[in-house]
Write a protein that binds this ligand. Sequence first.
Ligand SMILES: Nc1ncnc2c1ncn2[C@@H]1O[C@H](COP(=O)(O)OP(=O)(O)OP(=O)(O)O)[C@@H](O)[C@H]1O
Ligand SMILES: [Mg+2]
Length: 268
Amino acid sequence: METSALHAQPSASTIAIRAHHLNLWYGSFQALFDVNLEIKQGMITSMIGPSGCGKSTILRSVDRINERLGYVRIEGAIEVLGKNIYAQDVELAQLRKQVGMVFQRPNPLPISIFDNVIFGHRVHRNPGETFRKQDEANLVEAALRKVLLWDKVKDKLHSKATQGLSLEEQQKLCIARLLPVKPTVLLMDEPCSALDPKGTAAVEELIWELRGEYSILLVTHNMAQARRASEECIFLLMGRVVEHRETAQMFLSPACQETANYIEGRYG
Ligand SMILES: Nc1ncnc2c1ncn2[C@@H]1O[C@H](COP(=O)(O)OP(=O)(O)OP(=O)(O)O)[C@@H](O)[C@H]1O
Ligand SMILES: [Mg+2]
């Protein structure tokens, strides 16, 4: 039986996230202006733009982290799979199950690798549901294989995740721990910015692997990364969407002068 408000829409939408006339204020400061976006399902969409243009603010609005701040005000709507996530009947826990977030700095919990990967699943599991150790082990293995980390950690699953893993491995683990709860949307806020070039390449490869199965919105300051790792690209400037098109097209022949200036490195 499907009880989730977020699954309430009858037909499968090809749009994973839709922002509709989204305006957002931090106190009296307006950070987003009439943002309209359609992020396609199963695709990697990158979001680029100068520091302070509102990239993280958009991500934080999609999983409703912003509302922890009492002084944030939002107008307009954000839909995830056709359902307005700001509607009254949406439970935050349900939203967090559908939308996973990866941050700039990997932030594994100071518990074992195994427990990190299964943590979210344990939190979101139905209270009455019995789950055997072997079921958990299977989920953990599948998630770690998916992020290309299994061979590296299979012999130390019960070691602390905060010790003995490189930043790249920690970031892969932070992606792995989202997977057992089966999210549909992954939000990534500069997930490689703390990594060296080798780590960046490895995590990019992983993000590319997840294409098709997850709808990924990837914030990056790295133009090369946006080009390599995304199929569509959004350029933001001062809280407004300037341009949203196929990545190859945007980099080949941007429609707006501001986009051209930015991707050619003339500012930001
Ligand atoms: N918690 C907050 N309180 C007040 N203002 C904020 C808050 N978070 C962000 N802002 C402001 O909102 C605007 C957008 O910030 P945001 O963090 O979304 O930008 P960004 O594009 O992610 O920048 P960066 O590339 O530096 O991460 C900025 O002017 C920022 O100073
Ligand atoms: Mg940011």
